[in-house]
Design a protein around this ligand. Sequence first.
Ligand code: SF4
Ligand code: SF4
Length: 219
Amino acid sequence: MNKNIRNIIRGMFFVAFFSLWLSGNAQSWGRLLLLGLLVTPIWGRLYCGFACPISSTIDLIGYFKPWRPTSKKHKEIFFDNKVRLITLLASLALLITFIKTKFPVPFFVALIPIGLVFTYLFGEAAWHRNCFIGTIYSLLGGISRKGYYIQNDLCLSCGKCEKICPSGCLEIKPTGVNNIDNKHCLICGKCQNVCPDENIVYGSLKNTKTKAVQKAFFD
Ligand code: SF4
Ligand code: SF4
């Protein structure tokens, strides 16, 4: 998808989110989250790539001052499923606390500064792997019928896509088969935009070796 069209759609969701908040209806954003979850097994994590206000805020700030990348050490910690489970449980506990105490700021709004601080400290990929909404979405992202994949026979192995991916879900090797981990792919399209050979495409994963190779690389 054209980058400008994507940014316009994201901007519209961003404005809609803050309009809902200012009109006292931020909680109704939950319906969109649910809809995003329902479509994930078909089209992938569209909510993350188009609608998430946390992701959009991170991108907006990163446009002016790029975030430092997630270090190897932090990847080892925050890509670990046990750590992700602990973050998920802590986030759910926080959500319940917000509801029970009738906290004046809606939980979805409070997640934005939390996401920014986390990203500042540990990098974008660490946040995307530990955002509790993203963790729930990743359970379905791995079975999505459509998603981004690399046409390996055309790949130059330049590594540009791997470097730009905010979720750390691309693995490019100097030789051999490269792949995208669709569980964690945010459908942001950044890899597609930087590929000099235009060989990253969004489409059906059925006839690609993506899932089999993904299993070998990431499980
Ligand atoms: S693989 Fe591509 S579309 Fe998916 S999160 Fe990474 S950069 Fe975005
Ligand atoms: S940016 Fe394109 S050519 Fe370069 S490694 Fe990624 S898929 Fe291959």
